[in-house]
Design a protein around this ligand. Structure first.
Ligand SMILES: NC(=O)c1ccc[n+]([C@@H]2O[C@H](COP(=O)([O-])OP(=O)(O)OC[C@H]3O[C@@H](n4cnc5c(N)ncnc54)[C@H](OP(=O)(O)O)[C@@H]3O)[C@@H](O)[C@H]2O)c1
Length: 255
C-alpha cells in the first residue's frame, strides 16, 4: 500500500482495463477480483465503467475493500462535475477512490482551472483523492504553485526500461505517488537480465517486472484479459528481489 493525502491507502498492485471492454472486460475484472486484485484502473475514455461496476457488484466484495480509479478527459474542461457524475452512475458507486486528469489539457490555460475544479469535486466527497496522469514535473509544480495542493498521484508510462531515478525522486520530493502504466508493453520480457532473475526465483519475467515496481513502492497496473495471466500477474507477493537484483533491473533504464 502507498499512502495518499487524506489518509487514503492505494494498493501497489492494480488491474489495468484499457481495451478490456464489453463482456470480455466484465469477465476480466471479475476474474481479477477473484484472483485478489483490490484496485481497478479505468477511465471515462475506456468505455467500460458499467462493466466494471457490474463486476464489482457480482464479486460479492464490499465496496470499501476495492480501490477504484477513473479519469477525466481534459476536453471536458468546464464539465468536470458532470463527467464524474456520469462515471459514478456508470460504476454504480457514490464515490471513486481516485480521480485523475487523464493528460494535460491541449490549452495550457485550462490546466489550473480544471485542477481547481477537481479539488472542489473532491471536497464534496465524489472522489477521495485526485491526481494527474501524463504530467511532467514542471506541470506538477505549476499545479502546486497555483493551489498549494499536490496531486496525490501521477500515472505515467513506466517500466524497468524507462526507469529514471531522478524522475522518481522528483515525485517523492513533492509527495506525489508514482503510478506506472504499460509495464509489459514497454518491456522486453526476453531480456537476459529479467530471464536470469526470473529463473533464480522460479517466476516469470513478467512477474519480476511487477515485483520490481512494488519493491520501489511504485504503483503498477498490469492489464490482461487472459485468466492465467490475470492470476499470475497477481501472484507476485511470494518472493522479493535482492538489492543487487534491483540494481541490475534499474540499470536496464536510464539509471
Ligand atoms: N493514463 C494513461 O494515459 C494510460 C495509458 C495506457 C495505459 N493505462 C493504464 O495502464 C494499464 C496497463 O497498461 P497497458 O494496458 O497499456 O499495457 P500492459 O499492462 O503493459 O500490457 C498489456 C498487454 O500485455 C499482455 N500481458 C498481460 N500479462 C502478461 C504476461 N504475464 N505476460 C505476457 N504478456 C502479458 C496483455 O495481453 P492479454 O490481455 O491478451 O492477456 C496485453 O496485450 C491499462 O490497461 C490502463 O488501465 C493508462
Amino acid at each position: 500500500m502507498a499512502l495518499l493525502p487524506g489518509d487514503v491507502r492505494i494498493p501497489l498492485l492494480g488491474f489495468g482495463t484499457w481495451q478490456a471492454t464489453g463482456e470480455a472486460g466484465f469477465k476480466a475484472v471479475l476474474a481479477a477480483l477473484d484472483a485478489g486484485y483490490r484496485h481497478i484502473d479505468t477511465a471515462t475514455m475506456y468505455g467500460n465503467e458499467e462493466e466494471i461496476g457490474r463486476a464489482v457488484r457480482e464479486s460479492g466484495l464490499r465496496r470499501e475493500d476495492i480501490f477504484i480509479t477513473t479519469k477525466l478527459p481534459p476536453e471536458r474542461v468546464g464539465r468536470e462535475r458532470e463527467t464524474i457524475e456520469e462515471s459514478l452512475r456508470a460504476l454504480g458507486v457514490d464515490q471513486v477512490d481516485l480521480w485523475l486528469l487523464h493528460w494535460p489539457p491541449a490549452d495550457p490555460g485550462d490546466m489550473i482551472p480544471t485542477w481547481r475544479e477537481m479539488l472542489a469535486v473532491r471536497d464534496t466527497g465524489l472522489a477521495r483523492a485526485v491526481g494527474v496522469s501524463n504530467f511532467s514535473t514542471t506541470q506538477i509544480d505549476e499545479l502546486i504553485q497555483a493551489t498549494e495542493e499536490n496531486p496525490a498521484v501521477n500515472q505515467i508510462k513506466w517500466s524497468p526500461f524507462l526507469y529514471d531515478r531522478q524522475r522518481h525522486a522528483e515525485h517523492r520530493d513533492r509527495g506525489v505517488v508514482l503510478e506506472g502504466y504499460s509495464p509489459f508493453k514497454t518491456s522486453d520480457l526476453s531480456d537476459p537480465v529479467l530471464t536470469r532473475i526470473a529463473g533464480a526465483h522460479n517466476v516469470s519475467p513478467a512477474q519480476v517486472v511487477l515485483r520490481w515496481h512494488i519493491d520501489h513502492e511504485i504503483v503498477v497496473i498490469p492489464k490482461s484479459v487472459t485468466p492465467d495471466r490475470i492470476r499470475a500477474n497477481a501472484d507476485v507477493f511470494g518472493f522479493s528481489l535482492t538489492a543487487e537484483e534491483m540494481r541490475d533491473i534499474d540499470a536496464l533504464g536510464k539509471g
